[in-house]
Design a protein around this ligand. Structure first.
Ligand code: SAH
Length: 341
């Protein structure tokens, strides 16, 4: 089987090319074709000799995704279902904000975390995506839409820190200034809270934004919503967050999806203030999105605003996240691995 050329960091690709006797500047040319020109075939790399193009074709797979389906929301959000070339399909979302375009990528085919409110739960976990398969989601969207993105969020299907090595490698590729050149501060990783991996990421000292899916303020409630809490309870999770802040100097974003009569009352808000007091943190409140077999119901607007105001009055900055793409099932927690192939 051919190796995927997009699985290599620039350093690794240099090494690969070195082995077939190519000079370093050739690697830069290939890299620019892949990540600046965003070509879909080796044949389009016209400043390489025909011989080298043939060699690349024989040895590597460029891995251009085929689009199976594209949906567009009233608010301009677009959802793509990609054929990832092995019989599997994944979803990727393009969102438009005032400050630019943002792509939400998947990190796994399926997810093992089993969060009860999430549409990615209840379908089988298949496998991790490779670094190149993560990056190709960005390239495919940019190619199809003829756009450039300046923001990437790991908030699609999968738990990014459960696929740590590939996600980190993908970030290196996305960040490389000879290619996509998206700054680490414009890359967000969202996690359900795998404590050892949060600490490991902290030690890398990347400037990525870390988002923690917190969603509850007691272990009892959180374990019901998110089984991962049984392995890493709230105290341990917040200790790891403090360590991340200490190592990186970066503010952490806490995601809190409000569900009626579950986690949206004043007692929850009070506990949340206590938990996050003194921490370099921001709270993103999300009206929980309904999923097909979901047991959770969205909080009322009134409750959401009350919750937000209580946090803000008590020294925790909180905003309500504008939900994009909910009419095409592209909002938080609505993505699924599709078995269409
Ligand atoms: N596994 C990672 C990445 C998924 S990101 C994580 O858990 O963070 C998706 C974000 O949407 C997470 O914050 C997740 O908790 C949240 N989410 C999942 N289902 C949701 C729903 N039904 N409504 C609102 N947010 C949801």
């Amino acid at each position: 089987m051919k190796n995927k050329i997009k699985d290599y960091t620039l350093e690794e690709l240099k090494e690969e090319m070195n082995q077939i006797g190519e000079k370093a500047f050739r690697t830069i040319q290939i890299w620019e074709w892949l990540y600046k020109e965003n070509v879909s075939t080796f044949d389009e790399m016209t400043n390489l000799s025909l011989e080298l193009r043939k060699k690349l074709e024989e040895k590597y797979e460029i891995g251009t995704y085929k689009i199976i389906k594209k949906q567009e929301s009233k608010d301009g959000t677009k959802k793509f279902l990609f054929d990832i070339l092995d019989g599997n399909a994944i979803e990727t979302v393009l969102m438009e904000y005032k400050y630019g375009k943002s792509i939400c990528v998947s990190s796994q085919v399926g997810c093992k975390m089993g969060c009860r409110f999430c549409a990615s739960t209840g379908i089988e976990f298949i496998r991790n995506l490779s670094a190149g398969e993560i990056v190709e989601q960005i390239l495919a969207v940019e190619r199809i839409e003829k756009i450039k993105t300046n923001n990437i969020v790991f908030m699609g299907i999968g738990e990014p820190l459960d696929n740590y090595d590939n996600v980190l490698k993908a970030i290196k590729i996305i960040n490389n200034n000879k290619g996509l050149n998206i700054g680490a501060r414009h890359i967000s990783i969202s996690t359900s809270g795998i404590v050892p991996r949060i600490k490991q990421l902290a030690d890398e000292k990347w400037q990525c934004t870390l988002s923690i899916s917190l969603h509850a303020t007691t272990d009892e409630k959180r374990s019901k919503m998110m089984p991962i809490n049984n392995a890493y309870p709230i105290d341990e999770l917040l200790d790891a967050c403090r360590y991340y802040i200490q190592q990186t100097g970066r503010r952490i974003s806490f995601e809190y999806a409000l569900a009626k009569d579950n986690n949206d009352n004043l007692e929850d808000a009070k506990r949340l203030v206590k938990l996050l007091k003194g921490m370099l943190a921001h709270v993103n409140l999300i009206p929980i999105n309904k999923i097909q077999d979901g047991t959770y119901i969205q909080s009322t607007n009134e409750n959401i605003l009350k919750f937000r105001d209580y946090l803000n009055k008590n020294g925790i900055t909180a905003t309500v996240r504008r939900e994009l793409g909910s009419d095409i099932d592209a909002a938080c927690g609505q993505l699924r691995r599709k078995n269409l192939l």
